[in-house]
Ligand binder design. Structure first.
Ligand code: C2E
Ligand code: CA
Ligand code: CA
Length: 553
C-alpha cells in the first residue's frame, strides 16, 4: 500500500506534457471529477468480490469437511498404533490374567480411550480393562464389518455395557486367525477435536458413525454445504452453513476486495490525471476566456529614423493561475484545435477596440494590428460579427489592421473567398497586413489576391542578417516588390543595432522588434505613447538613407 501511495503521489508531482510543455496536474479538478467514480468503483468491486466469494465459500466448506474427516481418521489411527502392542504374539492365546495389566496400562497411559477389551477369533470378548475377565460376544454385524474391511477394522456408536453411555467403539484385528481389540472412545473427545477446527468458521457440522450422528443438533438439509466419507472407517462428516457464514467468509476475504479496489482506484486516478492533464489546457482556456485571464500586450511598431511609434501589434498573453504564463505559440494552435479560436479572436478585437476608444487622443494617427488565423478569416460568422461591430464605427475600423499569415495552404477556392471577405472588410475601413512574409512560399501569388496595406517581413530574414550575406539580396527584392505594389513594409524581429543598420541601408524604416521594445502590458505601452513615442530607443545609424514610399500613415 505504501508503495502504491508513493507511486501515485510521485505521478501527481510529475507534470504531464502537452505539445512539449510540461503541465502541472490539476489536483482539485482531478478529485472533483473522480470522487464519485472512485466510490462507485469501490462499491462495484466489493459487490463483485462478494459474488466471486460464493463458489469459493462452498469450496472452503469442502476443505473444512475433508480436514475434519482426516483429523478423525488420524485420531483413530493413532489409537490403533498406541494399542497395537496388545496384539503382539506374546499376548495371543493367553488368558485374561496375563492381559489385564497391559490392558489397564494402555488405558491409563492414553488420553484418548476409556476402556479396551480383547476379543478372540469368534468375536467373544473375554477380557476388558475395566471388568477383567468377562465373556460376551460382539454382534455378528460388527464382526462382518471387520471381516469385510480391507483394514480389518470398524466403528460402532452404541451404548456400552458398563456405563450405559453412548460411546464410539473402535474394533480391529491384525490377523484373521487371532485376537482383536475393542476400544471404547468417548464421543466428546472426537467432537472437541472437530470443534477446534470449526471454531469461528460460522459452519456447523455433524460426524456420523455408521448412520448415527455424534452431535444432537438438528440441522437443516438445505444448509448442507458438503459431505465427506471415510474410506477406512464407517464414518462421515457433514458440514452446514450458519446464516452468517457467507457474510463472515466475505469479511475474511475482504482484504482482497480492498487490494483490488485500491489497485483499480489507483489505475482510475492515474488515467483520469492523464486525461485531465491533456484536457487541462483546453478546459482552462475556456475558463480563461470567461474569466478574462487573457491579456493583450502591445508591441510598438516604430518609424526608426524619428523614433516615432506608428502603431502596435496586439499580442495575446495568458497568465494561468496554475500553469503560469503560457505562450501564444501553445494556446493559439490549441484554440484552433478545440474550436475556440473565433471566440479568442473576437475577444482580442473587442479588447483592442476598447483600448482605442479609451485612448482616442493617443491613437489619433496610430493603429493596432490584430492577428487573424487562417481558419477564422474565411468564416461567415466571423465576417458577420466584424461587419456588425465596425459598420457604425469607421473611426475604429481605420485604426485596426488585420494580420493574415501568408499561407500556401489556401486552395484556389479559398483564395477567391478570402478576396471577397477582405473586400467586404476593407470597405468598412479595416486594413490588412501579410504576416510572416517570406515563410509561406506563395509570396507574390498570395499578395496579389487582396488589397494588402502592409507587408510584415518575418524575423527569420533578420536573425542572421549580418552573418549571412545572401539574405541582403532577398530583402532587397522584397523591398522592391513592396514598392512596386505600393505596400508598406514592416520588418519584424529586429534585435541588434547591426541588423537595424543593414535594414536602414536597404531602405526599411518601419521596424518591430526587441531592439525598440518587447510586447508591453497596456499601461506600459500607454506610458510610451504618452511620451509621444519619442523616448523610444533611437540610435544614430551608420549610414542613413533617404526612403520614399514606405510611409505608414
Ligand atoms: P507573430 O504574429 O509573428 O507575432 C510576433 C511574435 O514575434 C511575437 O511573439 C513577438 O513577441 C515576437 N517578437 C517580436 N519582436 C521580436 C524580436 O525582436 N525577437 C524575437 N525573437 N521575437 C520577437 P509572441 O507574442 O510569442 O506570439 C507568437 C505568435 O502567436 C504570433 O506570431 C502570432 O502568430 C500568434 N499570436 C499572438 N497573439 C495572437 C492573437 O491574438 N491571435 C492569433 N490568431 N495569433 C496570435
Ligand atoms: Ca502577427
Ligand atoms: Ca509575424
Amino acid at each position: 500500500m505504501a508503495f502504491l501511495l508513493v507511486v501515485v503521489s510521485r505521478r501527481f508531482m510529475n507534470p504531464v506534457s502537452y505539445r512539449g510543455r510540461k503541465l502541472r496536474p490539476y489536483l482539485p479538478q482531478l478529485f472533483k471529477h473522480t470522487g464519485t467514480q472512485l466510490i462507485l468503483a469501490c462499491l462495484l468491486i466489493v459487490g463483485l468480490t462478494f459474488l466471486i466469494c460464493i463458489p469459493f465459500a462452498s469450496q472452503h466448506a469442502q476443505t473444512h469437511t475433508l480436514l475434519a474427516l482426516t483429523t478423525i481418521e488420524k485420531y483413530f489411527d493413532q489409537i490403533k498404533e498406541d494399542s497395537d502392542y496388545l496384539l503382539a504374539s506374546e499376548y495371543q492365546h493367553t488368558d485374561c490374567e496375563r492381559l489385564l495389566v497391559p490392558l489397564r496400562k494402555g488405558v491409563f497411559q492414553s488420553d484418548r480411550v476409556k476402556e479396551i477389551g480383547v476379543f478372540d477369533r469368534d468375536g467373544r470378548i473375554f477380557c476388558t480393562s475395566n471388568t477383567g475377565k468377562t465373556s460376551f460376544y460382539l454382534y455378528q454385524t460388527m464382526l462382518d464389518r471387520i471381516n469385510r474391511s480391507p483394514f480389518q477394522q470398524t466403528l460402532s456408536y452404541t451404548k456400552t455395557r458398563l456405563s450405559k453411555e453412548q460411546s464410539i467403539v473402535l474394533m480391529y484385528k491384525n490377523n484373521q486367525e487371532e485376537n482383536g481389540l475393542s476400544i471404547l472412545v468417548p464421543p466428546r473427545y472426537v467432537i472437541s477435536l472437530v470443534d477446534d477446527l470449526f471454531i469461528n468458521s460460522h459452519l456447523n457440522y455433524t460426524v456420523r458413525v455408521i448412520t448415527r450422528s455424534l452431535t444432537s443438533i438438528e440441522l437443516d438439509k438445505q444448509d448442507r454445504l458438503s459431505v465427506s466419507h471415510s474410506r477406512k472407517y464407517p464414518l462421515e462428516v457433514e458440514v452446514y452453513k450458519q446464516k452468517s457464514y457467507l457474510f463472515y467468509y466475505f469479511l475474511s476475504k475482504s482484504w482482497i476486495a480492498v487490494m483490488v479496489a485500491a489497485l483499480v482506484n489507483v489505475f482510475l486516478v492515474l488515467q483520469k490525471n492523464k486525461k485531465l492533464s491533456s484536457h487541462a489546457l483546453p478546459m482552462s482556456l475556456e475558463g480563461a476566456l470567461q474569466c478574462k485571464h487573457l491579456e493583450l500586450y502591445y508591441q510598438p511598431i516604430v518609424e526608426h529614423r524619428e523614433g516615432r511609434i506608428v502603431g502596435c501589434e496586439a499580442l495575446l498573453r495568458w497568465n494561468d493561475p496554475i500553469q503560469g504564463m503560457i505562450s501564444p505559440g501553445i494556446f493559439i494552435p490549441l484554440a484552433e484545435k478545440v474550436g475556440l479560436i473565433e471566440e479568442v479572436t473576437h475577444y482580442v478585437i473587442d479588447q483592442a477596440c476598447i483600448f482605442l476608444d479609451e485612448h482616442v487622443e493617443l491613437f489619433q494617427d496610430k493603429y493596432i494590428s490584430v492577428n487573424i488565423s487562417r481558419s477564422v478569416i474565411l468564416k461567415a460568422s466571423f465576417i458577420d460579427k466584424v461587419v456588425a461591430a465596425f459598420r457604425s464605427r469607421p473611426d475604429l475600423a481605420n485604426r485596426i489592421v488585420f494580420e493574415i499569415t501568408e499561407d500556401n495552404d489556401f486552395t484556389e477556392k479559398e483564395l477567391i473567398l478570402l478576396r471577397e471577405k477582405v473586400m467586404i472588410m476593407t470597405k468598412l475601413g479595416l486594413r490588412f497586413a501579410v504576416d510572416d512574409f517570406g515563410t509561406g512560399y506563395s509570396g507574390l501569388h498570395f499578395i496579389r489576391q487582396c488589397d494588402f496595406d502592409f507587408l510584415k517581413i518575418d524575423k527569420v530574414f533578420v536573425k542572421n542578417l549580418y552573418q549571412e550575406s545572401n539574405l541582403v539580396p532577398v530583402l532587397k527584392s522584397m523591398y522592391r516588390l513592396a514598392e512596386d505594389l505600393n505596400i508598406n513594409v514592416i520588418v519584424e524581429g529586429v534585435e541588434e543595432t547591426e541588423q537595424l543598420n543593414i535594414l536602414d541601408s536597404l531602405g526599411f524604416i518601419y521596424i518591430q522588434g526587441f531592439y525598440f521594445s518587447k510586447p508591453l502590458p497596456a499601461e506600459d505601452f500607454l506610458i510610451r505613447l504618452k511620451a509621444g513615442g519619442r523616448d523610444i530607443n533611437r540610435k544614430e545609424l551608420s549610414s542613413p538613407k533617404e526612403v520614399g514610399s514606405n510611409l505608414l500613415i
